[in-house]
Design a protein around this ligand. Structure first.
Ligand code: SAH
Length: 364
């Protein structure tokens, strides 16, 4: 007996088109014996027109649509819940195909519309003040799982055709999941998709040095934010364990050499912990550390949470710290915590790593 294998259904034919860059879909089209532009159309349907069923792709021949339905899927997370903060910030709990859950946050009017997306389920970096860090790393997200958060947020907020910013500041360390993150950024930047310009994307990292060096050579280059949080190695070793491997001076050297867009600057995030890293001496050291680096500082007064052994400093202390930076010639802003009432603020994204709630109960 011979088994007919349909052309295109081989091992390397993409099973999930959500994971495909435009060029992957063009190659898939070619493998089906179709012109490459069919792949481009597919990419447009998925990313620009936000359609995730083949049957709705009306400019594709009906027989092709039927064939694609047997060959591939266009996966999407389910929205398990959505919480709206008093300030309009909306946190989406998304359930992935394997039942794992991640959070993605819409932050309105800052003054831009911003989508904060996750790159991992949990995080391996274990920063002492971050709830996601307490989860540990459950798994990396795929490129499709990163990019689709933007599609879902854009759809749910009605902003698909407006300009919005993307910050890779949700759960996870983007540079620890380098390839998937970069692939997702290419998918999002594609002119045939959402066409989000890289200057509207900010990647935030604790500073994985080899990955930062790789990032410096990328064609699609997001803005860079470095989670610095401390000015001495002793202090940073305690707060950001990765510092023991990649100490501050090495991180600063990489920042100094990092290629920036015209008038571009690196953002240095600095979480303020009462009595720990918020003294006048810390502020003065921070000024000295940033000398010669085109940067700005974004102060994040700690978002407190149960299980986090630090306190948020008073507004007076925050302002005094900011003033020393400003007087030292450093551009400084204080991040307004958005969505604290729904635990959508920085460092508060946490989902239980337990098995998916949606699985059917075990049979008796
Ligand atoms: N892993 C990346 C991306 C996360 S971005 C990174 O660390 O940069 C989230 C930002 O919020 C980081 O700067 C992080 O240090 C900060 N953050 C974490 N916990 C926080 C908390 N409890 N309060 C305020 N900011 C916090």
């Amino acid at each position: 007996m011979t088994i007919a294998v349909e052309q295109g259904s081989g091992d390397d034919f993409p099973q999930d088109f959500s994971e495909c860059e435009r060029t992957d879909l063009e190659a898939a089209a070619t493998r089906l014996g179709l012109p490459a532009f069919r792949g481009r159309q597919l990419f447009q349907w998925i990313h620009q027109k936000d359609v995730s069923t083949f049957s709705a792709m009306t400019d594709l021949p009906a027989d092709l649509r039927a064939r694609l339905e047997t060959l591939a899927t266009i996966s999407e997370p389910a929205i398990d819940s959505r919480q709206v903060s008093s300030d309009g910030t909306t946190k989406f709990l998304l359930r992935l195909a394997d039942g794992r859950r991640i959070e993605a946050v819409y932050i309105p009017d800052t003054p831009n519309q911003t989508f904060c997306v996750s790159t991992q389920v949990g995080c391996a970096m274990a920063c002492g003040f971050c709830l996601t860090g307490k989860m540990g790393l459950v798994r990396h997200l795929t490129a499709g799982e990163i990019a689709v958060q933007v599609r879902v947020l854009a759809r749910e907020t009605g902003l698909r055709t407006s300009a919005f910013n993307i910050v890779l500041m949700g759960m996870g360390e983007p540079l620890h999941n380098y390839d998937a993150t970069m692939k997702a950024l290419r998918m999002l930047a594609d002119d045939h998709g959402l066409a989000v310009p890289p200057r509207r994307v900010t990647l935030s990292t604790v500073g994985l040095i080899p990955a930062l060096k790789r990032l410096a050579g990328e064609a699609v280059m997001p803005n860079l934010a470095i989670s610095l949080h401390a000015t001495t190695n002793d202090q940073r070793d305690a707060l950001v364990p990765l510092n023991r491997k990649y100490p501050i001076e090495q991180l600063m050297d990489v920042c100094r050499e990092f290629p920036l867009r015209r008038r571009g600057r690196i953002t240095f995030e600095y979480v303020l912990l009462d009595g720990i890293n918020d003294t006048a001496e810390d502020a003065r050291r921070l000024v000295r550390l940033l000398e010669g680096i085109p940067g700005k500082v974004n102060l994040l007064p700690l978002n407190e949470a149960e299980g986090i052994p630090f306190r948020r400093p008073s507004d007076d202390r925050v302002n005094a710290f900011a003033k020393i930076l400003a007087d030292g010639g450093v551009t400084v802003s204080v991040r307004k915590s958005r969505g604290r009432d729904i635990r959508a603020a920085c460092g508060q994204l946490l989902v239980t790593a337990s098995p998916p709630a949606a699985l059917p109960p075990p049979r008796p």
